[in-house]
Design a protein around this ligand. Structure first.
Ligand code: BTN
Length: 329
């Protein structure tokens, strides 16, 4: 169904839906119940926002190019009718999308609310590490989920997110991202995505799960600080091609909706299977480096709780709850 035009945002959606065909200014004005000059003013505002709109004599307006941004309209264009996302809240620059998502979740934002920013000035990762989030180069977003599950099942959503992002990257770019336990995505051994899952819960029920993800999309080597030069990468650096960030954000959200549903309907088994299949850790000899000890052995699988199982030299299985994983000699 075509979007009904009533303001600048709906005009943009309508021009996008026209797929490059002209849309008559008079028709748009009649539909919105405004003058042609008012429609023309919306078009001018879209141009100020970075869109290129051509006016074709006697035919109407054509959307020729969209800016590289993560606005709700641009993400929704790729989401089409997917029902998972309820609202997208977009910011130019924030310290971090995580506290914003927590506040929104507490004040009643529904399941599927997305907070996304072009830039984060104080992005944070696991274990309170900083997360570099350069303007316009990646996807910095937090997704609010409100599944009806007990708190001990919440960590499984980190694995659902990892599988979803992995598949979204493969759908859109000619590169293969793999999952490094617990929740990093790597391409060619370097980190391309991090996932940070936080929880609001009562003792027996989840109130909200906030999935924060940082995806390095269009950085060039010089966009990373020196200390990340050997360990971080971007999809563009690996594929040699820039990627439409809004299209990738939509693919991530579509996959996350799909795999969350699958998990709620069929349980953890299909997610475990996909996680292990896409894992860079399973089957390898690794060192699990923890504060007090390092466990060396072959990673053989994950448990229902996302615990990594390592078979050590003596044949026993050790469950690893939290550690940095590095390749073993
Ligand atoms: C990690 O690998 O340590 C997790 C990184 C998570 C980064 C994302 S970017 C969007 C959201 N906002 C943040 O401040 N952090 C997460």
């Amino acid at each position: 169904m075509e979007s009904k035009v009533k303001d600048k945002e709906s005009l943009l959606r309508r021009l996008m839906e026209a797929g490059g065909e002209p849309v008559s200014g008079q028709m748009l004005a009649d539909e919105a119940g405004v003058s042609r000059t008012a429609v023309w003013k919306w078009v001018r505002e879209l141009e100020e926002d970075g869109f290129t709109v051509r006016s074709v004599r006697k035919k109407g307006y054509v959307l020729e190019a969209s800016p590289d941004r993560l606005t709700p309209a641009l993400i929704r264009k790729h989401l089409k009718d997917d029902p998972f996302v309820s609202e997208i809240i977009h910011f130019e620059s924030v310290e971090s999308t995580m506290p914003i998502a927590h506040r929104e979740a507490q004040s009643g934002a529904p399941d599927g609310t997305v907070i996304v920013a072009e830039e984060q000035t104080a992005g944070r990762g696991r274990l309170a590490r900083p997360w570099t989030s350069a303007a316009g180069k990646g996807i910095w977003m937090s997704i609010i989920l409100k599944p009806d599950i007990p708190p001990h099942r919440a960590p499984q959503f980190t694995l659902i997110a990892a599988v979803s992002i992995c598949r979204a990257i493969r759908e859109l770019a000619d590169v293969e991202a793999r999952i490094k336990w617990p929740n990093d995505l790597l391409i060619g051994g370097r980190k391309v995505t991090g996932i940070l899952t936080e929880l609001q819960a009562d003792p027996d029920r989840v109130q909200a799960i906030i999935i924060g993800t940082g995806i390095n999309v269009n950085q060039e080597p010089e966009d990373f600080p020196e200390e990340l030069a050997d360990i971080a990468t971007s999809i563009r650096m690996e594929s040699g091609q820039p990627l439409d960030r809004a299209a990738l954000a939509a693919a991530v959200l579509r996959n996350l909706g799909y795999y969350s549903r699958l998990y709620l309907e069929e349980g953890f088994a299909p997610i475990k299977f996909l996680w292990e299949e896409n894992s860079d850790t399973i089957g390898r000899r690794v060192n699990a480096v923890m504060v007090r000890e390092t466990v060396t052995g072959t990673a053989v699988g994950i448990t229902e709780d996302g615990v990594l199982e390592i078979r050590t030299e003596d044949g026993s299985i050790r469950g690893i709850y939290s550690a940095d994983i590095e390749p073993a000699e």
